[in-house]
Design a protein around this ligand. Sequence first.
Ligand code: ADP
Length: 476
Amino acid sequence: MKILFASAEAYPLAKVGGLGDVAGSLPKALKALGHDVRIVLPRYGMIKDSLEDLARFPVDLGAAGEEAGLRMARIGGVPVYLVDKPDLYDRPKVYEYDDDGKRFGFFCKAILDMLPAADFWPDIIHVNDWHSALVPAFLRSKSAGDARFRRIGTVLTIHNLLHQGLFSRELFEWLGLPGDLWGPGGAEFYGQLNFMKAGIVSADFVNTVSPTYAREIQTAEFGERLDGLLRSRGSKLSGILNGIDYDVWNPAKDSFLTQKYSRSTLERKRSNKTALQKEASLREDAKAPLIGYVSRVTAQKGFDILIEALPKILDQGVQFVLLGTGEKKYEEPVSELARIRSDLMVWLKYDEALAHRIYAGSDFFLMPSKFEPCGLGQMISLRYGTIPIVRSTGGLADTVVDVTGDPSKGNGFAFREYTPDALLEAVLRAVGCYHVGRGWKSIVQRAMSTDLSWNASARQYVALYEKVRARVSAAT
Ligand code: ADP
């Protein structure tokens, strides 16, 4: 099958969070299954090296029309088309500009308009999150006049329903989306253009990144005001768990580590802990349980309860290292606490190498998320034998089995209620188990044996593409 994978991020060319990991690894897994898969990304400022120039192509937007360049890079053998439009993308960051609506609206239109220049006609365009969610909507008008577009099926994956891409009606008009999409049954959302909603109503199939989150977003609590619409798509809405890239996340081959290790050489994990304690200016104590946290510092990630529980966690003789950036209202109190506590280190930055050292050097990895579509941190930490302590929601519920609830299968510790007390209780159980020592090694080895690869999930995507392709060809 020919698959075009559209995303705003793809590691290692551009990564902000989990979407970047997925877009950098799922296409490689699909290629390994024998498919012709290509990625398309905007050419941001940080993507510079050894790019091939392919063509220039017209983008049919605005009164005068626009033009963009088409360039190419590669991720592990997978071709990556780069939409080159310097005034929109040649900037240091991926997101968070005032004109993001125009930037990603243009990207969506360019994805279709570049196909003749690339001479690549995919069976499936797989779009991801709001940044590429207008593609299925644009495809409708393209298909009207051109059979090559009519044969393309679309899949939209929701990686995080919180971010929907809300913009003005003027943008809707500038983009020239089909007029009948303006309405509550289309791309309109309380008077605004909603990119994600446009994708949900227009894509041939919608999925999300874990079975539990697929159920959750059909409820008012997690549905971000789109739960009704998602319920109505219920039969065409599934959950496929993400995998992690075993080439990037492998403690036996990870060159960022002080010492590489595997399930059978677990004692070598210890030198990574000592090195991390040193790097974090913590007491070099092999016995002190060390909890790591690598994530965005936001409400979604559970910061309201973490901030309250943290002093009490530290009072248990636990050390804590935190790497992340996010909202000031959480960054400030946690840095303040770090100033007065010698058992807490806080790094407010983005640092890929340090993240690897935290995954390897910690005993535990904390993810108390309020909601979590899939979550990669807990999967990476399992692979590194660093025991996750998580709130049981979304993908966390699908990947972490509680040791107390199921001692023979448990690979981590989970709690349900979104309260500081429930979080503290889970940490106490985890630390208690760690101190007892008996059985600990087998928990760590079980964690490391959990299958977190793309193997099964990439096959599920292929099955989904096949289903969409069959439906599209029956209709044309
Ligand atoms: P998100 O909701 O942010 O996508 P995920 O758990 O799905 O959360 O993925 C987060 C990814 O980003 C992981 O690979 C994690 O290691 C990485 N990450 C998050 N914050 C940082 C940071 N400050 N420095 C380095 N890596 C980070």
